[in-house]
Design a protein around this ligand. Structure first.
Ligand SMILES: CCCCCCCCCCCCCC(=O)SCCNC(=O)CCNC(=O)[C@H](O)C(C)(C)COP(=O)(O)OP(=O)(O)OC[C@H]1O[C@@H](n2cnc3c(N)ncnc32)[C@H](O)[C@@H]1OP(=O)(O)O
Length: 449
């Protein structure tokens, strides 16, 4: 494939981000961050400095009320105008997914593109309590083309023992032609304004880039489901001293699932599974607290985006597990048009509920065994849904099974941030050398899309 050097560099960066690492983690660190003072925008915001020692966790700035917040957005350059994207209108929904599909991953023109669907946005941006004016866009005045987007959705968080009324910020995207023009700070200020007007002052967001200052850092892990396809599209390489046949054999999963009583989540399970999930999540320090209505929306509503299962035996539900689908379009490949990607989402198990200490060795062993079987089984479900790779992060209790189940450590990290809230670091499931921490595991219980 002929490419200009810029494109080739981007492609290399994308492949690096997505490709399955061969297990050599020795040289892997997050990119060197700037000094706090060099973050021209972020140093003006209510966020922690890198060197902050946090004694008292809680909000940073508490002095404002919605009345103090301007009624109007900041002005944009003349060619652009603010808009509220109405996702109930199919044309405007299309605008968002065209913008994101073409610009969300920098390198899309080269080989892969995220293939967001309308269903995905309806699911992730229109949960209970969603507000139209929190879907913020910038359009060109002349053609009306959507060139930038950022979204907020309501979320109640628990940060250690405190409930924090918040929003989750996601899908920040600026058209490639408008990059490096300092539009990001303006978009962030505008979504902040609209959220503050509703008397909400905290936000959770994640980013691959290092900003002041991560509350937790997790690492991606990838479990090949269809190794030969991943190899053929350039998603993974052939390790030295291994043959293709060996690699295929290594990643071949059993034909059938193994857990008795595994079946799809149904409406009649909601009360029981809701309680199970809430109890399981109580072990973590950074959690999204769902209402029952939110639970339904998140786990039951959208066929072909989210898949949820329970394990029921003798009338009792012992486990819950879910994953979502976000495929890539493969460009310029004669054989393959799409790469199916499953992302492990929320799960819960009562395997160690008999132990008050989460790190009790006996309880840990029980949970490890249960999760090994459960996650193997959902990997099989994902494979049967024609997904080619199953992704998970080092959050939750995932480090108990990532290595066992052949999830390769990825090159990508995900930083978790809280806006206007100081907090001591929360374990992201990584040891100092960035390998998965099977002992301390992670205290991050929230899973961001
Ligand atoms: C209470 C309510 C509060 C609500 C708000 C809470 C905060 C929400 C925060 C947002 C959470 C988003 C969560 C997600 O969706 S993370 C996903 C981000 N999106 C993408 O990666 C898609 C592809 N990339 C793009 O569209 C652009 O490259 C973006 C838009 C990322 C940057 O565009 P561009 O490259 O043209 O930059 P600029 O010239 O406009 O602006 C430069 C400034 O922007 C800072 N920057 C760069 N990347 C990010 C980033 N991912 N989060 C926060 N800040 C970021 C950068 O450090 C610099 O500031 P400073 O270094 O000078 O200080």
């Amino acid at each position: 494939m002929s490419q200009d050097p810029e494109q080739a560099k981007k492609l290399e960066a994308l492949l690096k981000m997505l490709s399955l690492s061969q297990g050599d983690t020795s040289k892997l660190t997050q990119p060197q961050r700037k000094q706090f003072e060099e973050y021209r925008f972020w140093k003006t915001q209510p966020v922690s400095r890198f060197d902050d020692k946090v004694d008292n966790e809680g909000p940073i700035n508490t002095s404002q009320t919605p009345e103090d917040i301007p009624d109007q957005p900041l002005p944009l350059l003349d060619e652009f105008e603010w808009c509220t994207v109405d996702l109930t209108d199919s044309g405007q929904l299309d605008d968002v997914f065209v913008l994101l599909n073409e610009n969300y991953v920098e390198d899309q023109d080269a080989t892969f593109r995220f293939n967001y669907s309308r269903e995905f946005f309806n699911w992730s941006l229109k949960g209970p309590g969603w507000r139209k004016d929190w879907h913020v866009g910038v359009r060109t005045r002349q053609s009306g083309r959507l060139v930038a987007f950022i979204s907020a959705v309501p979320a109640t968080l628990r940060v250690r023992n405190r409930i924090v009324k918040s929003v989750e910020i996601n899908f920040l995207c600026i058209h490639k032609k408008l990059r490096a023009k300092r539009l990001t700070p303006i978009l962030i200020k505008e979504v902040t304004r609209r959220v503050n007007k509703q008397n909400i002052w905290q936000a959770l967001y994640t980013a691959g880039v290092v900003l002041p200052s991560p509350t937790a850092t997790c690492r991606y892990a990838h479990r090949p489901l269809n190794w030969s396809k991943l190899y053929e599209v350039g998603f993974t390489g052939l390790p030295a001293n291994a043959s293709k046949t060996q690699m295929i054999a290594k990643y071949t999963l059993p034909k059938e699932t193994d857990t008795p009583g595994l079946r799809p989540l149904e409406e009649r399970d909601v009360d029981e599974v809701y309680d199970l999930l809430e109890k399981y999540q109580s072990r973590f320090d950074l959690v999204q607290v769902f209402t029952k209505e939110e639970f339904r929306h998140v786990f039951l509503s959208t066929a072909s985006v989210v898949y949820s299962y329970v394990v029921e035996n003798e009338g009792k539900i012992t486990d819950f597990v879910s994953f979502y689908s976000l495929p890539f379009t493969v460009l310029n490949n004669p054989h393959y048009k799409e790469l199916g990607i499953g992302y492990l989402f929320y799960y819960a198990s009562d395997a160690d509920f008999g132990y008050s200490d989460r790190f009790n060795p006996e309880g840990t062993l029980k949970l490890r065994k249960r999760l090994n079987r459960l996650i193997t089984d959902v990997s099989i479900k994902a494979r049967d849904l024609k997904m080619d790779v199953f992704n998970a992060m080092s959050c939750q209790d995932n480090s108990l099974f990532l290595d066992d189940l052949k999830f390769g450590p990825g090159d990508g990290f995900l930083n978790f941030y809280l806006f206007n809230y100081k907090v001591r670091p929360i374990a992201g499931g990584l040891k100092d050398d960035n390998t998965f921490d099977t002992e301390k595991r992670s205290n991050v219980g929230v899973v961001m899309l």
